[in-house]
Design a protein around this ligand. Structure first.
Ligand SMILES: NC(=O)c1ccc[n+]([C@@H]2O[C@H](COP(=O)([O-])OP(=O)(O)OC[C@H]3O[C@@H](n4cnc5c(N)ncnc54)[C@H](O)[C@@H]3O)[C@@H](O)[C@H]2O)c1
Ligand SMILES: O=C(O)[C@H](O)COP(=O)(O)O
Length: 393
């Protein structure tokens, strides 16, 4: 068996089937895996063996993965950008409607009606006046983070007649192209919060965004605003949120991240992290990361990694070396010299960097002996060297 993959969480069958059985052993109990495939399992406390070459997240968020320590080991972390965005967008729309049309309270009201009562119909018609809601057209939605999900939410809301403003200082050109030209840019987060009837969060949870919606920012929001959090629990300062809700402000907080402190709190609607839980999104995410993990393990190519640059080089016939190293001068030079001293000729080479990391694919004209791999590994700044088998080997 060439490659071993350890899985965490339930991965869509179509993703698992993309591993050819002749080349891969895939199971949750593999002790020394080459690759890890997971969804939301928390890897921060899990010791990851040195055998791990790549970690693949069948989804978007990677806050459950120790990306920094894996980077230091030269291990790429892959995710599936955009693969579950439609699923989350649909649930966000449902969240808005839950809030504006008081659907939870209305459903509970009907559930609690006495089916044997002769007044059943009268009770229905009499009770409904408690649930008079609002429509979406004309309401202003503020989208925080206009990436794969936020962009789709913004466009869908425009389609439903809402006014949309957005805030994303790191908006990519690709995502900007996909955004409706009607989406107005907020000058800063505070302005977006102050102006919006609905605020929807779509940013990753990183140190800079932890507690992004804090007491000061909750204070500038409209008293009857809806706050939707389908991104991550830690984005909202819970103590500040509870205080604001306790004072009767915010008409509803809809979250995909239940927490004991939010249970039973009035005007909090919690869903069990359902954003990406559709058959379609689970399949899209799993197939995307499995294909990319395979291309990495079998060819060294890196596509959609959160910590490594995109490095894709067509295979030549011979062996390939993949070198992960610190992004400092003269790394490629030293690797090239080591190969030349061993009498190996470089057939093709591609080097790219991202932040502190660089990655180089080198096709050579003959097998790389153990001692040459060890010599490259010993170069100061080299994090990991892999010998990729010949095509068809
Ligand atoms: N509920 C779910 O099941 C579910 C599903 C998928 C993703 N998510 C969460 O949603 C997040 C976003 O997913 P995505 O696919 O849209 O990711 P993405 O990377 O496509 O978009 C994130 C956007 O947030 C922007 N951003 C970062 N920091 C910001 C800040 N301080 N203010 C404003 N914008 C900021 C980035 O520039 C980027 O454009 C994920 O990281 C994940 O935590 C949740
Ligand atoms: O970041 C994501 O993609 C979502 O939170 C989905 O998580 P899940 O794969 O555990 O449903």
């Amino acid at each position: 068996m060439a490659f071993q993959i350890r899985t965490y969480n339930q991965i869509a069958p179509s993703g698992l089937q993309a591993f050819p059985q002749s080349l891969y052993q895939v199971a949750p109990d593999i002790a020394s895996p080459d690759g890890i495939l997971l969804r939301s399992a928390n890897l921060h406390e899990v010791p990851l063996p040195e055998t791990v070459q790549g970690v693949a997240r069948a989804g978007a968020g990677v806050n459950n993965i120790p990306v920094t320590s894996l980077s230091e080991r030269g291990v790429p972390v892959f995710n599936a950008p955009g693969a579950n965005a439609n699923a989350v967008k649909e649930l966000v729309l449902a969240g808005m409607l839950l809030g504006f049309r008081h659907l939870k309270q209305a459903l509970v009201f009907v559930d609690e009606l006495d089916p044997s009562s002769p007044d059943f119909e009268r009770a229905v018609e009499g009770g409904k006046k408690r649930f008079v809601g609002h429509e979406l057209p004309g309401r202003r939605l503020g989208v925080v983070g206009l990436g794969a999900i936020g962009g789709q939410v913004a466009n869908a809301a425009r389609g439903l007649g809402m006014e949309v403003i957005g805030f994303d200082p790191g908006l990519t050109v690709e995502h900007a192209w996909r955004l409706s030209s009607d989406v107005r840019q907020a000058p800063n987060l505070e302005a977006l919060l102050a102006e919006s009837d609905v605020v929807s969060l779509h940013v990753p949870l990183i140190e800079a965004t932890r507690g992004l919606i804090n007491a000061d920012r909750l204070r500038v929001m409209k008293d009857d605003a809806l706050l939707l959090n389908f991104a991550r629990d830690g984005l909202v300062d819970r103590a500040a949120l509870l205080e604001v809700l306790g004072k009767g402000r915010l008409s509803v907080y809809v979250t995909d991240f239940p927490h004991p402190e939010l249970q039973g709190v009035e005007r909090v609607l919690s869903l069990p992290h359902l954003g990406a839980s559709t058959v379609e999104a689970e399949a899209n995410s799993a197939v995307m990361v499995v294909n990319n993990l395979r291309d990495f393990l079998e060819n060294g190519n890196i596509r959609h990694s959160v910590n490594f640059p995109e490095v894709i080089m067509p295979r030549t016939d011979g062996p390939r070396l993949a070198v992960a190293n610190a992004n400092v001068p003269n790394m490629v030079g030293q690797v090239g010299t080591t190969l030349a001293e061993a009498g190996l000729n470089i057939v093709d080479l591609l080097n790219r960097s991202k932040g502190d990391l660089a990655y180089t694919l080198i096709d050579v004209d003959g097998p790389v002996p153990d001692r040459v791999q060890a010599a490259i590994q010993a170069i100061d700044g080299v994090l990991r060297v892999r010998r990729i088998p010949d095509v068809g080997a």
